[in-house]
Write a protein that binds this ligand. Sequence first.
Ligand code: NAP
Length: 249
Amino acid sequence: MQNKVVIVTGGGRGIGAATARLFALKGYSVCINFKSDHDSANRLVEEIKRSGGDSIAVQADVSQENQVIELFQTVDTQLGAPTVLVNNAGILRAQMRLEEMDAQRINAILTNNVTSYFLCCREAVKRMSTRYGGKGGNIVNVSSGAARSGSPNEYVDYAASKGAIDTLTKGLSLEVANEGIRVNCVRPGLIYTDMHADGGEPERIERLKSAIPMKRGGQPEEVAEAIYWLASEKSSFSTGNFLDLAGGL
Ligand code: NAP
């Protein structure tokens, strides 16, 4: 039987870390990709290994083509070809209106949140697609409820980057539907992670939660469960689909 191998980009913290933990629990060999926070990624690898799992941490800036290629080559060598890719790594910048944004910021958002997903999808498809002799696989993209709300007065650039991920999911899912690969997407709402501090408002969920029908923010583990389901055989007839995890928002 083929070894179950997952790559979680941005897997050291937040939603990625919860996802890495869950896949390890389900018997996957887990590659935890990170950009700069060695400590969080290495701590998680140790935790997984202590529980009897198999995991490596691989540093790679997934917005950089050469580093994505090296990431996948490292996984090929150390864990085997990936059977699941979770495109999760993403960034957010300080809240502002669009007319205050410069090109450097907009490009950083787009390369980190969009180019990175395209590059990782490309490397995954080359390994998974039956077209190239692969045995199939699953890709789950982490988009955001922002793709639908547009995030006015906060970060329209971030929201637009997630809109691109929705379109990527739809297009790629159809491109590889007959090649053994399913491509699906989760769209989290307000989830308790460090990301809101990067947007300049660590307590953002407290300010906004009264507008959430369920009156609370979500936990990374609640997103991880949906990601796992979309990557599992339980969702075997689902591709090009979106699961909103936003407490009804
Ligand atoms: P987080 O806690 O800030 O974690 C982000 C992770 O992404 C970190 O592990 C970081 O690496 C990694 N990362 C960022 N840029 C990278 C790059 N270029 N290359 C490799 N790794 C990179 O964020 P989160 O809230 O868990 O977000 C995860 C995903 O969920 C993102 O795509 C985000 O847009 C989406 N999302 C989050 C929310 C929310 O409310 N939190 C809502 C909707 C969607 P280091 O650890 O090395 O810094």
